[in-house]
Design a protein around this ligand. Structure first.
Ligand code: FIX
Ligand code: ZN
Length: 413
């Protein structure tokens, strides 16, 4: 007797819901990092995804919006996206899912009533409560040593939280070398913009110092659609002679997040970035040239997803992860997850949250889990049709691989 489709669906839903997640890319911080740790309803409502949607409805100059206090911005977003129109976008729906899961009344249209709930909370306690509610075991932060405020927290020895791992973010180093070089010099590393002298060995020293200070699980960079490797630019050289040697020596993966077109409309600030299609050659070239290096790769363009799967079939040192940013929408998560399972089986990391506000973990994972469970159930149902019977234990093993173990196995390899 095979499994019935209903049994399979129920098992897949239970397994995915019960699995404790390692969220491999977020922008979250524990409360010991002070103002870097964002939480609460005003932060949820002023998420840059929602600001972009709000400003589409308004005629006000962007600067006038930014001149408002956070609370005033939140009031304006709430009025525009939740009261004057129905909140059907994924980011709006996410706010309502989050409030509902926290036990608040999602029907309530008065933002001040929601605010009253958050005012009573203690940040440190709330962090663990949210992680538990989202059934997230731990998150990986995005840690930028070039960000003055965050850097100071690390140098001051801000307390670590056992559920917050770190990742060393290298956007300034790899995307703005002149700026990075002058900063590094100021911090006592003997580097020069023209790469003369000890520049590369000193850059490696910087990377190793910060990997150790952070106990970072990987290094990461976001890259434009025009990213090329190899080529005659500073980034190409730094990847080859600094990042990869340190990644191999320390066993840390290098995460490349490819396809972000930055600041296409700068007035929108954090909401100003867009997407562009990328070539797959740099990923192929790097994976082939450095078989001992481990690459975590996500791409922002929907059009790149199929070829990224094909590339991952060719290189076991390439781990595909997440439905990043503009792809983190139900229809696209479903399409992409289905394709990845069909082309790569279970050897993927299907999702990360990219949460910037702590409470977003609740909705991002609730929404993603639901889709991952249905897609998995469809695949097990297809197996059942062949006569292959899956046990609940096997489904739980697979869900654990997807949502946690694949990352740690790749990290430890
Ligand atoms: O570069 C990144 O890590 C992006 O995820 C963010 O910077 C982006 O603004 C974002 O929040 C996407 O979800
Ligand atoms: Zn991110």
């Amino acid at each position: 007797m095979g499994n019935t489709v209903d049994e399979i669906r129920a098992m897949a839903r239970r397994a995915v819901a019960d699995t404790r997640i390692t969220d491999i890319h977020t922008h979250l911080f524990p409360s010991s990092f002070g103002p870097n740790c964002l939480w609460g309803v005003d932060e949820l409502v002023t998420y840059h995804y929602l600001i972009a949607e709000t400003l589409r409805w308004l005629a006000m100059p962007y600067d006038a919006f930014w001149a408002l206090t956070k609370r005033e911005q939140a009031d304006l977003v709430w009025r525009t996206l939740f009261l004057e129109h129905s909140p059907v976008s994924e980011s709006c729906r996410g706010v309502l899912t989050t409030l509902g899961e926290l036990g608040l009344d999602p029907e309530c249209r008065d933002l001040n009533e929601h605010r009253a709930f958050f005012q009573k909370l203690d940040a440190a306690e709330y962090v663990d409560r949210v992680l538990d509610l989202a059934n997230v075991d731990s998150v990986v932060m995005t840690n930028d040593p070039f960000d003055a405020g965050e850097r100071q927290c690390w140098l001051d020895g801000a307390a670590r939280h056992p559920r917050f791992h770190s990742a060393l973010r290298l956007d300034v180093l790899l995307n703005s070398w002149e700026t990075a070089a002058s900063q590094l010099r100021g911090w006592g590393y003997d580097v020069r913009p023209d790469f003369s002298g000890r520049t590369l060995s000193e850059t490696r020293r910087f990377l190793k110092d910060w990997l150790a200070r952070l106990d970072a699980k990987y290094m990461a960079v976001s890259l434009p659609p025009t990213f090329a490797w190899p080529c005659e630019d500073a980034r190409s050289r730094l990847i080859e002679d600094a990042v990869i040697p340190v990644a191999v020596e320390t066993g840390r993966p290098f995460a490349m997040m490819i396809g972000a077109k930055r600041q296409v409309n700068p007035g929108l600030r954090l909401a100003a970035d867009a997407v562009g299609r990328s070539g797959m050659e740099p990923v192929e070239n790097l994976c082939a040239r450095f078989p001992d290096a481990k690459f975590l790769v996500t791409m922002l363009a929907r059009e790149n997803q199929h070829e990224l799967c094909v590339t991952a079939r060719k290189f076991r040192n390439l781990m595909v992860f997440g439905c990043w940013w503009f792809l983190n929408n139900p229809s696209l998560i479903e399409e992409i997850t289905r394709m990845r399972l069909e082309m790569l089986g279970l050897s993927i990391i299907p999702q990360h949250s990219d949460a910037r506000v702590l409470d977003q973990l609740i909705y991002k994972w609730k929404h993603s889990r639901a889709i991952i469970a249905e897609v998995l159930a469809d695949k097990y149902a297809d197996l059942a049709a062949t006569g292959w019977k899956v046990s609940e234990e096997e489904i739980r093993r697979d869900a654990h691989d997807l949502l946690s173990a694949n990352f740690w196995r790749f990290h430890d390899a």
